[in-house]
Design a protein around this ligand. Structure first.
Ligand SMILES: C[S@@+](CC[C@H](N)C(=O)[O-])C[C@H]1O[C@@H](n2cnc3c(N)ncnc32)[C@H](O)[C@@H]1O
Length: 146
């Protein structure tokens, strides 16, 4: 999974912790290299984290690796994640508080996915959104022991 970090998003620690819990292969941080590790609760020691200085660098990595980019944000043309067939190999990209997903990532994405919400708030916290989206992948692809 990946998150944009142009303004030192304080949610990245939570995102890294979620990625560790759901066994994402890597966390890609696009933008600023410095991030607040507090919310990661030390999981960053066990999680592969890779930095990309720009969206172009990140897109080049995804192209090279043959991994489709899926944006996660509430755009008018976003597709509900609840009914979307998530590919087994993919990178889910999250925007930061405030600006949300950049136009560049939106353009590079195969699709953008929305998480259904019904209250008055315009959006949910990015760390929470990352947990929900990664769990949607788990529900489709992980083997759950009973
Ligand atoms: C707080 S939101 C960004 C703010 C948003 N642009 C707005 O208009 O309020 C930060 C990130 O969380 C994720 N996010 C939050 N709510 C979401 C939802 N309901 N569906 C999909 N992504 C969501 C997206 O990745 C988004 O870029």
């Amino acid at each position: 999974m990946a998150i944009e970090n142009w303004q030192h998003d304080f949610n990245i620690g939570t995102v890294v912790r979620n990625a560790n819990a759901f066994l994402a292969k890597e966390v890609h941080i696009i933008g600023k290299k410095r991030w607040n590790r507090r919310g990661a609760m030390v999981t960053d020691r066990y999680q592969h984290v890779r930095h990309h200085g720009s969206v172009q660098e990140f897109v080049a990595w995804a192209d090279d690796a043959g991994v489709p980019i899926l944006g996660v944000d509430l755009f008018p043309d976003s597709v509900p994640i609840e009914t979307y067939d998530l590919p087994r190999r993919c990178v889910l990209v999250f925007g930061q508080e405030g600006p949300g997903l950049s136009e560049e990532v939106r353009q590079a994405a195969v699709d953008t996915l929305s998480i259904a919400q019904f209250g008055s708030t315009r959006s949910i916290n990015a760390g929470v959104a990352a947990g929900i989206a990664m769990h949607a992948w788990i529900r489709q692809h992980a083997t759950i022991a009973h």
